[in-house]
Design a protein around this ligand. Structure first.
Ligand code: GLN
Length: 388
């Protein structure tokens, strides 16, 4: 039966590239370096905190905006790690950062509003903007360093532009905006009265030795930035789906309204555990050390095997340029064939780029995996490439 009365935004949409690749990896028994998630369990103290909370504390609805303990812990974490002065009331807990992105878009975007997205763009942004009645306007970032282009941004702005979504550090490239770029984005937001929806879920996954700096901290941004974070990324527990939005108090109040009619609230045992984890810097430090080591294994292994690895400084991902690696396949063909023929799943960058004008020879590989698995993946990919 054809469902002609369903929303065409969804009927015409393929399953996400992450779901597609993880499904193939599962059914083929391939090594999954596609969708980003660690293979090792989260820190045992965190799991113990969640189990303890489940046994000893309430399992009924927590307050819609989040447990006060977690809202306080998020504010404390940002004060300690990023020097931000946020009150507990400015933090709204969500069921994962994707829900935060949805709530922020629903709260900000109305019919016909244009929203700047920077390509490559995480796959959820454009459909959510469209579902909110808005129009996504893509501004390409310039490879290989994925720099923000002032001329291109200004050329894309019209009187209907209402917001921009800024993903920093950037998934899929692992690049980080410079302080000049953050200042530029803040200037443009102030000049054109734009809201910045700041997807900063990779803020704790940086390998350049620098502390994360939020667009929210730029001059003039306090009242126009919505900073989104994720316990799943901070603790390597992606299935927890605990995220949050932080914004000035008036904005946070409106965001809370959008959130209350999406998921309303988030499982309390995971909120308690996330609050405990955020208060303990040793947990994040140990995770970071592990991720840093496995990252080196993949990047060095790929480079040694003759793959051209693009520069990156954050996220769980490394990108390879196929053309520069001597592989004459486009990225989608590479990913579809590599999972079947080499037994390694990856993400083609063009899946995160609407239209055909973006780069189509770059694939993303996830490195937060056991070193032996990464070494095996590199061997498989280089053998397979030899036979192409
Ligand atoms: N953020 C994950 C990634 O980039 C994907 C999450 C998802 O599958 N929705 O790999």
């Amino acid at each position: 039966m054809t469902h002609t009365r369903l929303n065409p935004i969804y009927t015409g949409m393929p399953v996400t590239v992450f779901e597609h690749m993880s499904g193939l990896a599962r059914s083929l028994g391939a090594i999954n370096l596609g969708q980003g998630f660690p293979d090792t369990p989260p820190p045992p103290t965190l799991t113990a905190a969640a189990i303890r909370a489940m046994a000893e504390r309430s399992q009924q609805y927590p307050p819609s905006a989040g447990l006060p303990e977690l809202r306080e812990a998020v504010a404390g974490y940002y004060a300690r790690t990023q020097g931000l002065a946020l009150a507990r009331e400015q933090v709204i807990v969500t069921s994962g950062a994707t829900e935060a992105i949805a709530a922020a878009i629903l709260a900000v975007v109305g019919n016909g509003d244009e929203v700047l997205l920077f390509a490559p763009a995480y796959d959820a942004y454009a459909p959510l903007v469209r579902r909110a009645g808005g129009v996504p306007v893509f501004v390409p970032l310039n490879p290989p360093d994925w720099l923000y282009d002032e001329g291109a941004i200004r050329a894309a702005i019209t009187p209907r532009t209402r917001a921009m979504i800024v993903n920093d550090p950037l998934n899929p490239t692992g690049s980080v905006a410079s302080s000049d770029e953050l200042a530029l984005l803040a200037r443009i937001c102030a000049e054109h009265d734009l809201i910045a929806i700041c997807d900063e879920v990779w803020e704790a996954v940086r390998f350049d030795g620098r502390p994360h700096r939020s667009l929210l901290a730029e001059p003039g941004m306090a009242a126009r930035a919505i900073k989104i974070g994720s316990a799943g990324k901070i603790f390597g527990a992606t299935g927890w789906k605990v995220g949050w939005m932080a914004a000035d108090a008036a904005l946070a109040g409106v965001l809370a309204k959008a959130h209350q009619f999406l998921t309303f609230t988030t499982p309390p045992m995971l909120q308690w555990a996330a609050a405990e984890g955020l208060a303990d810097p040793s947990i994040t430090a140990a995770l970071h050390e592990d991720w840093s080591a496995s990252r080196s294994v993949l990047i060095e292994g790929l480079a040694h095997a003759g793959f051209a690895v693009l520069e990156s400084s954050a996220t769980w991902f490394a990108c390879i340029d196929l053309a520069a690696s001597g592989v004459v396949l486009d990225d989608r063909t590479f990913s579809e064939r590599a999972v079947r023929e080499a037994g390694v799943a990856s993400i083609p960058l063009s899946a995160l780029w609407e239209g055909d004008d973006g780069p189509n020879t770059i694939v993303r590989l996830c490195h937060c995996k056991p070193p032996a698995m990464l070494e095996d993946a590199v061997v498989r990919l280089s053998h397979w490439r030899g036979g192409l």
